[in-house]
Design a protein around this ligand. Structure first.
Ligand code: DC
Length: 222
């Protein structure tokens, strides 16, 4: 069974999807990590991020795999564990260039569909999982939150890591990234038809997970 969870960055999607997968005994597929891994490879090769053809070349020649024995699954780039390198500011920025290249989306979508068939029961998280990748999934969710709340969460996360960050700068990056995600030609961020929308602005992560698991198990949480 496939459960899709889409939505913009900062809605707590990744943590919620991972927790739902653990509660249901499903595999967790972090599709953002695939875009990020291609971005890391492009950065390492010094590829021009404005050159879509060069980026597609990088994507075609790198191998992104998951170690399903780990929780969350480990991300491997050409066999090298790179999970710890994927969340830096530089990789995050580069990933948004990767995500707008149609040829790369085509490759990663096909790979995600293959993984869905291979793994069977998955909770998959991204921007286009319910719209493009698994439109027939029996359970589709779209998590949202106000940009201000998402910026607040992001700032707290970065400060906890010891980084010095400015709230307004983070908020403006979020708004810019949302715009790029929602207006790209292929696989834009959108609420999938038939998806349940959950506004996480004033919900805790546990409340979000309870709602999703409740709906999947057929007894919606109140
Ligand atoms: O969810 P994330 O922040 O890890 O995603 C990294 C980038 O990849 C971000 O720019 C959105 C993009 N992305 C996408 O376009 N489609 C997906 N299914 C997942 C991520």
């Amino acid at each position: 069974m496939i459960i899709t969870i889409d939505g913009p960055a900062g809605t707590g999607k990744s943590s919620a999807a991972l927790a739902v997968a653990e509660r249901l005994g499903f595999d967790f597929l972090d599709t953002g990590a695939m875009y990020r891994a291609v971005a890391l490879d492009a950065l390492r090769r010094g590829t021009n991020l404005e050159d879509a053809r060069a980026l597609a070349f990088v994507a075609r020649h790198c191998r992104i795999t998951f170690d399903w024995e780990k929780h969350p699954p480990g991300v491997l780039l050409n066999g090298e564990p790179v999970g710890h390198l994927l969340r830096s500011g530089e990789t995050t920025r580069a990933a948004s260039y990767i995500a707008v290249v149609p040829a790369i989306r085509e490759m990663l979508v096909a790979e995600q569909q293959r993984l869905g068939r291979e793994r069977g029961d998955i909770v998959t998280e991204g921007r286009d999982q319910g719209t493009v990748v698994f439109p027939d999934a029996p359970f589709k969710f779209y998590l949202d939150a106000t940009p201000a709340e998402r910026a607040r969460r992001r700032v707290a996360q970065l400060r906890a890591r010891g980084e010095i960050v400015d709230y307004n700068e983070v908020l403006s990056q979020i708004v810019t990234r949302d715009h790029r995600d929602a207006t790209r030609a292929v696989g834009p961020l959108a609420v999938p038809p038939g998806a349940r929308v959950i506004d996480t602005t004033s919900l805790s992560q546990d409340e979000v997970v309870d709602q999703i698991v409740g709906i999947v198990k057929g007894s919606p949480a109140k």
